[in-house]
Design a protein around this ligand. Structure first.
Ligand SMILES: C[S@@+](CC[C@H](N)C(=O)[O-])C[C@H]1O[C@@H](n2cnc3c(N)ncnc32)[C@H](O)[C@@H]1O
Length: 443
């Protein structure tokens, strides 16, 4: 008979470490139990909610038997009422950053297969996650809300398709969500709300998904994935307030981004990432002062990181880049980049999939990759490594995929020279990491 705790069983367990999804991890008879809502170190009474896997179970917390000194009342009213936004809002923000550092170091060790000496040498061994100048709240300049059947806007619930209305999320900049009830918006729609750098608010409505919600067997996780697929399908857009285009600034450059298009959620993130990419390359001394110097900015969006290479290299003591190739699938982002760099023939924008286009680009000295949450994966990493750049800067917003991608690069002989981590999504379990990789012979 299995000693695995079955769904519905109640037990008391001591959690001991954080998991990548924001849960605390405990053990029962040697098996892992993921507990959402617990702070690592707490003794909690839980109920098993998912026992389908052999090696682990999931549980909900029903009582805190011994609370962590780092537990606070969640700073996010919406999360307290079931929204999926600030899932770590009940942990002191400084401690949540320490926990994210532990998650990163654990992923780099377990998935990336880097030893403590490698991580110490890359400056990440102690798991420092830097803040972006906020206290955990009011950092978001771009957020997505759902609209319920009565036309009221709110945060999406943690699982499934419910909308949590009447309770504010702690993350958006002050004033960003004021007076939304006065707007007339369509039930089932989503609203993208953006605060631009000139202090203006823009709201674009994405029409309700055409595809109806389907029944499926995947449990809570399956429902969430299905809701996400419906959400991400192409949808009609309507400007509800402000303009269809929001103006953002990074350094001296201006970016005119469609409100529904990609832009970093944290107001400080584009500037910090742009500076970090150049600093990491500067510390590595790459590229040196040679003649033609080519960079790739893969998954480049509107070309913010490519612009950083063009604008910042000289100040970092680097040779100047003479050509930067941005590769991006999203037509809106490609149009923005094309407009932003009109008249500057150092930067070329390529519209399409990285995997399809990367083989046709001129040989690079430096490659910057900033893939979506799924990471770059083996095919792209093989192609980048085969192009033999002197340095690679890899940006990741999911520590598991980031560690996997770094392990794939290591198989090609690229080792982390330096890794930095940022709390770009405060009060959530997400963390952004940026690594500078160089051929092992260059370390
Ligand atoms: C994390 S964002 C980074 C954007 C940009 N580096 C920035 O900082 O603004 C990832 C970008 O990759 C694009 N993307 C996703 N999959 C892609 C693919 N297979 N090929 C090219 N671009 C892709 C997305 O449209 C998005 O703009």
């Amino acid at each position: 008979m299995s000693d695995h705790p079955s769904a519905g069983a109640e037990l008391i367990i001591r959690t001991d470490r954080p998991a990548n999804g924001g849960e605390a991890v405990g053990r029962v008879d040697g098996r892992v139990v993921f507990v959402r809502g617990a702070v690592p170190g707490e003794l909690v009474r839980v109920r098993i909610t998912d026992d389908r896997q052999k090696s682990f179970a999931r549980a909900e917390m029903i009582e805190i038997v011994e609370a962590s000194p780092h537990r606070i009342e969640s700073r996010c009213d919406a999360a307290r009422h079931g929204a999926g936004c600030c899932d770590l809002g009940f942990i002191e923000v400084g401690h949540s950053r320490d926990l994210k550092g532990q998650i990163l170091v654990d992923a780099l060790g377990r998935i990336g297969r880097f030893g403590p000496a490698d991580l110490d040498a890359a400056g990440v061994g102690s798991g420092v996650v830097a803040d972006l100048g906020d206290d955990g709240t009011h950092w978001r300049v771009r957020t997505r809300l759902g609209v319920d059947a009565d036309g009221r806007a709110g945060m999406h619930a943690f699982h499934g398709s419910a909308i949590v209305t009447g309770h504010r999320c702690a993350a958006p900049e002050s004033g960003m969500l004021d007076d939304l009830d006065a707007l007339t918006v369509a039930p089932g729609a989503d609203l993208i709300v953006v605060a631009d750098r000139d202090g203006r608010r823009h709201i674009t409505e994405l029409a309700a998904p055409k595809q109806p919600a389907r029944r499926h067997r995947g449990g809570a996780r399956g429902r969430t994935q299905s809701a996400r697929r419906r959400r991400d399908a192409p949808r009609g857009r309507r400007v509800v307030e402000g303009d269809a285009i929001a103006t953002h600034r990074v350094g001296d450059r201006v970016w005119r981004i469609p409100v529904a298009g990609f832009w970093q959620a944290h107001g400080a993130a584009p500037t910090v990432y742009a500076r970090t990419v150049v600093e990491l390359l500067g510390a590595a001394g790459l590229p040196g002062r040679t003649g033609d110097t080519v960079a790739w900015d893969l998954y480049g969006g509107a070309g913010v990181l490519g612009a950083a290479l063009l604008d910042g290299a000289a100040a970092a003591g680097l040779g100047e880049f003479t050509a930067v190739h941005v590769v991006e699938t999203d037509a809106d982002a490609v149009a923005v980049a094309t407009e932003a760099f009109a008249g500057d023939d150092r930067l070329t924008v390529h519209h399409g999939e990285v995997a399809a286009l990367v083989g046709g680009l001129p040989a690079p000295d430096v490659v910057v990759l900033d893939p979506p949450r799924t990471g770059a994966g083996p095919a792209v990493i093989d192609a980048v490594a085969d192009a033999d750049p002197s340095a690679i800067v890899h940006v990741g917003c999911d520590v598991g995929r980031f560690a996997r991608d770094l392990a794939l690069f290591a198989e090609h002989g690229y080792r982390p020279r330096e890794i930095r981590a940022f709390d770009a999504f405060p009060l959530t379990h997400h963390v952004e990491a940026i690594a500078c990789l160089v051929p092992a012979r260059g370390l």
